[in-house]
Design a protein around this ligand. Structure first.
Ligand SMILES: *Cc1c(COP(=O)(O)O)cnc(C)c1O
Length: 361
């Protein structure tokens, strides 16, 4: 069997030990005589899985008791609507920072439910950095302040969180969840689609401070109502059973094999550093994200020549480094090096890039 190094932005690689465990348990989950895919979500055995996943997430992310963990469906994109429906209930105002395509979509969707204001944007620089925030633009009576913590398409990340005072900070953490420790207490709400760093597509995780799960806007669908979902422990209807099971295995891998999020961060920083160090010294490849905003999860780069970019993508694919083509809005290349990308995958990619530079420089 030969597995490729998959640099896809999502869905993306899963840790090999997790895939092996899932394979071993596929036909008969722990003596139940059935696959996790087949069992009732109301069964005792599945209850152990979903409770175990939540407990592991709370432990690994150090989530305080006054936060609810919700296992939902609909992707991060559904949260672009669910967040305003549930949180925009007092002043009906919310402030957004536009740092890329997903935060812009969140802003546009939020604007359908109330008075959303874009308080800062780096659009004029093609989102190559996190914009500076002028506090005078921010509204102290906003119901929340929204950021996208890691900008998957552009390869940028917030290295310092904005100070929003009493306004709850809400963050889309789809492409950086579990990549490093996060101080959950600094946020009112965190949300993430699971398919980048946690599980297969189909699971969406919401971590929300209890006091923000009150009465939502009128007309909010029951399935979007955080209070209802929290009260029913994510079991108002059938949850995404299989992705929740894989999520549990991934968390156990981070906790027991990697050694927790500090160790995960150290591993991720080293991986990213090797790639950025090469890019900084290269005469052929140029990194796209500005230095002070660089992401350790998504690394964007170009040669400056679209034909040469295409040649690189073609040849790297043939060599077993797949999905390196950049998003169309940036062009060039993007290496998504999430938790499950082993360090030797990045190392071998850098070796391949050196060789390509020698032959094409
Ligand atoms: C992938 C991604 C999304 C979209 O997620 P879906 O689960 O496909 O809706 C939103 N935000 C960020 C930061 C992402 O990386």
């Amino acid at each position: 069997m030969s597995r490729v190094y998959n640099f896809s932005a999502g869905p993306s690689m899963l840790p090999e030990p997790v895939l092996q465990k899932a394979a071993a348990e596929m036909l008969d989950y722990q003596g139940s005589g059935q696959s996790v895919m087949e069992m009732s979500h109301r069964s005792k055995v599945y209850d152990g899985i979903i409770k175990g996943a939540e407990a592991a997430l709370r432990q690994v992310m150090n989530i305080p008791d006054n936060y609810k963990v919700l296992f939902l469906q609909g992707g991060a994109s559904s949260q672009f609507a669910a967040v305003p429906m549930n949180l925009m209930t007092k002043s009906h105002k919310a402030d957004y920072v536009l740092s890329g395509q997903f935060s812009t979509k969140a802003f546009q969707e939020g604007s359908r439910y109330g008075d959303c204001k874009a308080v800062a944007s780096s659009k004029e620089d093609n989102f190559s950095h996190i914009p500076a925030i002028d506090p005078a633009e921010c509204r102290p009576d906003a119901d929340y302040f929204h950021i996208c913590l890691n900008n998957t398409i552009y390869g940028t990340t917030w290295h310092t969180l904005p100070d929003t005072g009493d306004v709850p900070l809400v963050a889309d953490i789809s492409s950086c969840i579990l990549s490093r420790p996060i101080d959950v207490t600094k946020f009112g709400l965190l949300y993430a689609g699971a398919q980048k760093n946690v599980a297969p597509a189909g699971l969406t995780i919401v971590i929300v401070r209890e006091d923000l799960t009150g009465e939502p806007q009128e007309g909010t669908p029951t399935m979007f109502n955080y209070g209802v979902m929290a009260k029913n422990e994510s079991m108002y209807n059938t949850p995404p059973c299989w992705p929740i099971y894989i999520c549990k295995l991934v968390l156990e891998w981070i906790r027991d094999e990697i050694g927790g999020l500090e160790a995960m961060e150290e591993r991720n920083v080293k991986k990213a550093q090797e790639l950025y160090d090469f890019l900084d010294g290269s005469k052929l490849f140029k990194p796209c994200a500005q230095k002070d905003s660089r992401s350790i999860m998504n690394v964007t780069f170009v040669t400056g020549d679209p034909d040469l970019d295409a040649k690189f993508v073609k040849e790297s694919t043939e060599a077993g480094f797949v999905n390196l083509k950049g998003h169309r809005s940036v062009g060039g290349m993007r290496a998504s090096i999430y938790n499950a990308m082993p360090p030797e995958g990045v190392h071998k990619l850098v070796e391949f890039m050196k060789e390509f530079e020698k032959n094409n420089g």
